[in-house]
Design a protein around this ligand. Structure first.
Ligand code: G3H
Ligand code: ZN
Length: 291
């Protein structure tokens, strides 16, 4: 199955009334686990690398990107590569050469006018390179002296009118919206604002993206997809699965030395999590990818 693009996966998923899952990868074990889980679920998937993950890899993008690219090219399901939560222009400008088909430019921490201007510049650059561009709009700060808050700070909601203006002004291909999910939750207890999501989906003509999806339970995720979410970002759930499995393995094998033993346990736990999330939430992609 060939390497594909995020834009193609999201467009086809949206047309089919479903969504594509995008998993954050940090290590080679994450890469292998996401592909294995997606193959088991027979679902297309996005492998995404965040700016934080690049920082963890000493600022080097290529080692992880090359591993993801090689895994994607050999996968039995369509796989796309996405660069996630990019704030650095330097990193943004390396996206295309590193094999990514899409970027999420994150200027949501800036005051609205600056967010819009920076996003417009980033989107223009991305489109010039043939890349699909995602951005996010959280809470616009400054009105009452408060700073802006990103789309996944607790309590933040995206205003539909502001979102319409932001999409028109920035030219983004997809918008991450604040409808009640929060980054890095370790319990699946988030309740989404489905009425707001419907208003956003009606008002906007671009696909909507849900970040912080690890904390969203299956029924809420299914409802979000039915309500207009076309890309579902998941990160923490993988780290939780990996860390728990490794902790358990080392607890049961206190004298283990070979790192493959516990990395295998961590990788298998992540693959099971990916498969369960994909099948449990119906994120199995558009019809042509099903057997
Ligand atoms: O962009 C990545 C996601 O929003 C991941 O969020 O780690 O809370 O699942 P999460
Ligand atoms: Zn995110």
């Amino acid at each position: 199955m060939p390497l594909t693009t995020t834009g193609d996966l999201v467009t086809r998923a949206r047309a089919a009334g479903t969504a594509v899952a995008a998993f954050n990868i940090i290590s080679l074990e994450h890469v292998e686990a996401v592909v294995a889980g997606a193959e088991a679920a027979r679902a297309p998937v996005v492998l995404q690398v965040s700016e934080n993950a690049v920082r963890f890899r000493h600022g080097r993008l290529l080692p992880l990107a090359r591993a993801a690219l090689a895994a994607a090219e050999r996968a039995a399901v369509p796989v796309a590569l996405h660069l996630d939560h990019v704030r650095s222009d330097l990193l943004l400008h390396r996206a295309g050469d590193a094999g990514f088909s899409s970027v999420m430019y994150d200027a949501s921490h800036l005051p609205y006018a600056e967010n819009l201007a920076a996003t417009r510049t980033a989107v223009d650059w991305a489109h010039g390179q043939g890349l699909w561009a995602e951005a996010e709009l959280g809470e616009i700060g400054g009105k009452d002296g408060r700073p802006p808050r990103d789309a996944h700070a607790p309590g933040v909601r995206t205003d539909p009118d502001e979102a319409v203006a932001f999409v028109a002004g920035s030219g983004v291909d997809a918008l991450a919206v604040a409808v009640g999910s929060v980054h890095a939750m370790t319990t699946r207890t988030a309740i989404l604002d489905h009425a707001l999501l419907r208003r956003l989906a009606t008002a906007l003509d671009v696909p909507l993206v849900l970040h912080g999806s690890s904390g969203v339970p299956d029924p809420e995720l299914r409802a979000a997809v039915a309500g207009g979410i076309a890309k579902v970002n998941i990160g923490t759930a993988l780290n939780q699965a990996m860390t728990t499995a490794i902790r358990e393995y080392l607890g049961a094998h206190p004298h283990a030395v070979d790192s493959r033993s516990y990395l295998r346990a961590g990788r298998e736990a992540m693959a099971r999590t990916v498969e369960r999330l994909l099948t449990g939430t119906g994120l199995t992609g558009p019809a042509p990818d099903r057997p």
